[in-house]
Design a protein around this ligand. Structure first.
Ligand code: ES4
Ligand code: ZN
Length: 325
């Protein structure tokens, strides 16, 4: 019997979610037609058939190609609305959305267009379902540091409209240390800081993100399980990991859920959370990711703990966290 209906009722926060990764093929084709943009696929089925990845880069190539259909403030409001409606059905009470402004800028879309559309979707979700949340501006680590700095300066006057900054895209060969100055500036602007690390990259990248970027959470971080002293550091500093089970399996970061280091990390006392990453591409939204964790041998009590961790690990205010528990 499926635990899914029960998992959908657990109050949870989603902390690792690329809003561009919630673009379902049907909406991608609708926006392509609306904006007169061509997709390199002739049908929804052909696009869905391309969701067969070897690694992170093979996914990113398709993800960035599909992002070209996103052009107007309304597109971002529609995208955000569709995700938040789906998340509400999965018991998400607080959602922190990653977005990639440098990629949109390369497509001719200004930062304000992206932010205004997504903020409208978040405001509507708060009004409709009492959902809280916000935006985390991510720097794409395979673009120059100067581009990240310029993007942050462009965003600086609207720092109050952001929860924080993150770091994503191709990981190997782009160590966190490259972005120390960018993250120092984000800290000075009063922004929270997170970074993808230890998804495909080595444990040393997780340590750099903590020591040199001062991040408050690590996105993925699963390769930290290879380094006992690093696990101790995450436990002592109470630095949560935002783990994305379907993503790790589909991008072959792990050999399968049976080989996932989540059990090691959880049993050692790391504050692990369960998230969906790019759910349109990886075969399931957040409750489905909790179900995958259950199928891998975690008990309902343990899943309840991870849902509680997600609220504690969020950037919601303390009164809001108390309300969510
Ligand atoms: C991403 Cl799964 C993943 N890893 C790194 N960067 C990303 N951007 C969107 N999804
Ligand atoms: Zn991610």
């Amino acid at each position: 019997t499926s635990l899914l209906p029960l998992l959908e009722t657990l109050p949870k926060a989603e902390l690792h979610l690329h809003i561009e990764g919630t673009l379902e093929p049907e909406l991608a084709f609708a926006l392509a037609a609306r904006n007169g943009v061509a997709l390199p696929f002739t049908s929804v089925d052909e696009l869905r058939a391309a969701y067969d990845f070897d690694d992170l880069q093979s996914f990113l190539d398709l993800y960035y190609a599909c992002m070209t259909v996103l052009r107007t403030e309304q597109d971002f409001a529609d995208l955000g609305r569709a995700y938040l409606e789906r998340a509400n059905a999965d018991g998400v009470r607080h959602a922190e959305l990653f977005f990639d402004p440098q990629v949109h800028a390369a497509n001719g879309v200004p930062l304000s267009t992206v932010m205004d559309g997504l903020l409208r979707a978040l405001a509507d979700a708060e009004a409709a379902w009492g959902m809280s949340g916000g935006l985390i501006l991510c720097f794409v680590r395979d673009q120059p540091v100067a581009s990240a700095l310029a993007t942050l300066e462009e965003a600086a006057p609207r720092a109050g409209d952001l929860l924080g900054v993150g770091l994503d895209s191709a990981e190997v060969c782009y160590p966190p240390s490259l972005f120390a100055e960018v993250f120092e500036r984000a800290r000075a602007l009063g922004l929270h800081r997170v970074a993808h690390a230890g998804e495909e990259g080595p444990p040393a990248y997780v340590r750099e993100a903590v020591d040199l970027l001062g991040v408050e959470r690590i996105d993925h971080g699963i390769r930290a399980a290879e380094d006992a002293a690093l696990i101790d550091l995450l436990v002592e500093r109470r630095i949560p990991l935002t783990v994305c089970p379907h993503s790790n399996v589909r991008l072959k970061a792990v050999a399968g859920m049976h080989a996932h280091p989540l059990r090691t990390l959880f049993d050692r006392g790391v504050l692990v959370t369960v998230n969906s990453d790019d759910p349109a591409y990886f075969g399931g939204y957040v409750a489905s990711n909790y179900e995958a964790v259950h199928a891998a041998g975690f008990t309902l009590d343990e899943l309840v703990r991870m849902a509680a961790n997600s609220i504690d690990a969020s950037f919601a205010s303390d009164p809001r966290k108390a309300e969510l528990h």
